[in-house]
Design a protein around this ligand. Structure first.
Ligand SMILES: Nc1ncnc2c1ncn2[C@@H]1O[C@H](COP(=O)(O)OP(=O)(O)OP(=O)(O)O)[C@@H](O)[C@H]1O
Length: 515
């Protein structure tokens, strides 16, 4: 038997097939788009801490991933028999098909979105928090764009699957491609020729739309974006047009002013593990305090409680004389947010937003907080970049920078909110030794300008040089809190604790009993 090729080719000039193509594209695209949105809502609900959101979402996903689409389509189309009111919508094959497909696709896409959301590093949300961004801003400006890029290849694959699945709606009499073909070959019995033409139509649709979506994926691929370094002329032009910020007076300085920070009897446990066991620390405005101590002593946990990245189990933190965080008590969300905005935080892992340029990273929070006009925000951001020596890299993406440069951008980003206190959590620990110096220099400059700073560090010489006080933590408690001079040249009365810190810092040789 030979195929009837002339009949096969005649099927490509048949209006019914082109109308069927429109149906397939409309049904497929709408199912994909609505599934994308509903799937995202389901994924968010599934990740929620609220069990009344989480469990219904989980149940929905489990159920609709288990029910075959064909069964669902027939059920939805026949639902008006028992619920007549639904007939207005479900009596229309296209709408019944759309409802059935969206119900199933939302469940599948929720899982794709969940994968995307899970792969956005926790530090990204923490950076949003440290910049005083609320849940919605963090989700829409930081998490979602990254999660969407990660999920895009799977979402494109799902689009292809959906286009092919539209053939199932033939079962509810919607004249898509398969039903159009079936109606023909039941009359002329040229089954293979007709199905071959149907297959070609599907292949063309998938190829054209797949190419479009792949182009979108390439466009969103950050690794392909490689803006260059600005030359001297371009940098000079940027500097020339800058708005000049009025000189800021450091907050809370002067006699009678309250301390910048008062940590009172801070307790923190992770489960049954007591990490902070009653820490008291007072930081005067303009003070630079380095927190040192052995690994696991609670330094990072302490600094994270100060900008509410960790909750307090007990105790209180007072910021410039006003109660800010309280342990084991309902927090005043507005007051906490206000406090967080007065505190800048620099993380060990930088936590720059990879989908934004250096300049956009710095502008994000001031823009969302409406801090000054856009001209002022841009001027401040460029000035800060110039200050940390990175003006030439303003339009680059974080992946184009070295670790030291990324950390300097992170410092500029934190400074853009004009904080009164800066927290540094081991700012150089993730850097190669040759890059440490450039970051320490920026911190040193800030200290010289009178910025109040709390620095968790393992850079002992730096801590000795820069600090007004060095705090030694061990076993969840502050064991020693002294000026560096007391460690460099301990007095005769200095006790064992100071000697222990000196050994820890490498200022005196370890003894068999010490260190
Ligand atoms: N999210 C968490 N969940 C459970 N335990 C935690 C958590 N974060 C920290 N810990 C534990 O709390 C203790 C103190 O950790 P922390 O990071 O504060 O110490 P650190 O002094 O900063 O240490 P390092 O110098 O190594 O960074 C450690 O035993 C750590 O395992």
């Amino acid at each position: 038997m030979e195929l009837d090729w002339s009949y096969f080719f005649s099927l490509f000039s048949m209006g019914a097939f082109y109308r069927a193509c429109v149906t397939v594209i409309a049904l497929g695209s709408l199912s994909w788009l609505l599934g994308l949105v509903l799937g995202f809502c389901l994924a968010q609900a599934e990740a929620s801490r609220l069990f009344w959101l989480r469990w219904p979402a989980k149940a929905y996903i489990w159920f609709f991933r288990s029910v075959p689409l064909l069964v669902l389509l027939v059920f939805v189309y026949n639902l008006p028999q028992i619920v007549p009111a639904t007939g207005v919508v479900l009596g229309v094959p296209f709408l019944a098909g759309l409802v059935g497909m969206v119900m199933t696709e939302a469940a599948y896409m929720a899982e794709i979105h969940r994968g995307g959301l899970l792969s956005v590093a926790r530090g990204q949300r923490e950076a949003g928090h440290a910049l005083g961004l609320g849940w919605f801003a963090t989700q829409t400006r930081i998490v979602l764009p990254q999660a969407f890029r990660i999920a895009l290849p799977s979402l494109i694959n799902e689009f292809v699957t959906i286009i092919k699945l539209t053939s199932l709606v033939s079962v509810i009499s919607l004249p898509e491609l398969l039903l159009t073909g079936q109606r023909l070959y039941t009359q002329n019995f040229l089954i293979l020729e007709t199905l071959l033409a149907v297959a070609v139509y599907y292949v063309v649709i998938v190829t054209v739309f797949g190419a479009g979506l792949n182009a979108l994926e390439r466009r969103l691929d950050l690794q392909r974006r490689k803006p260059g370094t600005l030359d001297d002329g371009a940098q000079a032009a940027l500097r020339a047009g800058l708005w000049v910020a009025p000189a800021a007076t450091p907050a809370g300085k002067g006699t009678g002013a309250p301390p910048a920070l008062q940590l009172q009897n801070i307790h923190k446990a992770y489960g049954t593990h007591q990490v902070l066991k009653g820490v008291d620390l007072t930081v005067q405005a303009g003070d630079v305090i380095s927190i040192i101590g052995p690994s696991g002593s609670g330094k990072t946990s302490l600094i994270r409680t100060v900008n509410a990245l960790e909750s307090l189990d007990q105790g209180e933190i007072v910021l410039f004389g006003e109660s800010y965080l309280q342990g084991a008590a309902p927090q005043d969300a507005a007051r906490v947010r206000q406090g967080i905005r007065r505190i800048g935080m620099v993380f060990q892992g930088f936590n720059l937003f990879p989908h934004l340029t250096v300049l956009q990273n710095i502008l994000l929070a001031p823009g969302l907080h409406g801090q000054g006009s856009t001209v002022e925000q841009r001027g401040t951001a460029l000035r800060l970049l110039d200050k940390v020596g990175l003006l030439a890299h303003a339009h680059k993406y974080p992946h184009q920078l070295s670790g030291g440069q990324q950390q300097r951008v992170a410092i500029a980003r934190a400074l853009a909110l004009r904080p009164d206190v800066m927290l540094f959590d081991e700012p150089t620990s993730a850097l190669d030794p040759e890059l440490v110096g450039e970051v320490l220099k920026v911190i040193q400059d800030l200290a010289a300008e009178g910025m109040t700073m709390l620095i968790v560090t393992h850079e002992m010489e730096f801590a000795l040089q820069i600090s007004d006080r060095i705090v030694f933590m061990e076993n969840g408690l502050l064991q020693v809190d002294v000026p560096p001079a007391h460690l460099r040249q301990p007095t005769a009365e200095a006790g064992d604790a100071v000697a222990r810190v000196r050994r820890f810092m490498g200022l005196e040789p370890a003894t068999a009993a010490g260190a």
